[in-house]
Design a protein around this ligand. Structure first.
Ligand SMILES: [Fe+2]
Ligand SMILES: [Fe+2]
Length: 219
């Protein structure tokens, strides 16, 4: 497991979203998963999906344990809403505090609007989509909803962050605080990639898995 992290350090976030803590010594992936009651196939499918550009999607979702995947996605939502975005906000305030009031006001308003959008997106998934899937798993066939509704309305949430980044890069007059501002930009770049990956897991692993379960139930 430690070799895997050394090779691709961005997988650290995957570990915490599976509630796997560090300090696993020389244990291999399967042992660490077992020790933390994590389904090894689900863990490996997500790791491979995120780390290989040409990862074959065909049927890879079939190896996934759905409750493990939902818990992974819910933990990611918590991470973005309760940790990463508030941290970026704090850093952003620090970085732009010496700039003209109207510029910093606009940047903060843009950021806060963005966070509200992400919150709405993730609340909908937590409250509507995952609740529907939990019902589906409990052998009730919930009526009035299906995963096709989610597939259609699921839109990428990294885009507005790209706009914010562009506003800062193109128009912000960098002064004494350019180191701090760069620091925030690095965070925004990595958060954007993380959000894109999160959405890809939902589109290419979660949705096909639910569609398959729905199809089986119809038969
Ligand atoms: Fe999500
Ligand atoms: Fe999403």
């Amino acid at each position: 497991m430690s070799d895997l992290i050394e090779e691709e350090y961005s997988l650290l976030t995957v570990l915490s979203r599976f509630n796997i803590s560090l300090g696993f010594g020389d244990k291999n992936v399967a042992e660490v998963c077992r020790q933390n009651q994590v389904d090894t196939n689900t863990f490996l499918t997500i790791v491979n999906f995120l780390s290989e550009d040409d990862y074959s999607l065909e049927h890879s979702y079939e190896k996934i344990d759905l409750p493990s995947l939902i818990s992974y996605l819910k933990n990611a939502h918590k991470y973005f809403l309760e940790f990463k975005l508030p941290l970026i906000r704090e850093k952003l305030i620090l970085a732009i505090k010496s700039s003209k009031e109207d510029v910093s006001f606009l940047i903060m308003r843009f950021f806060d609007d963005y966070v509200n959008e992400v919150k709405k997106h993730m609340d909908y998934e937590d409250n509507t989509v995952f609740t529907y899937v939990e019902e589906l798993l409990s052998e009730n066939m919930p009526s009035g909803y299906n995963i096709g509704v989610f597939r259609k309305r699921h839109s990428p949430i990294g885009l507005k962050l790209l706009e914010l980044k562009n506003i800062i890069i193109k128009y912000y007059p960098a002064g004494e605080s350019s180191n701090l501002l760069n620091e925030v930009l690095f965070d925004i770049f990595s958060c954007e990639k993380d959000l894109e990956d999160h959405c890809r897991v939902e589109d290419y692993l979660f949705v096909p898995l639910i569609a398959k379960i729905e199809k089986e139930r119809m038969l």
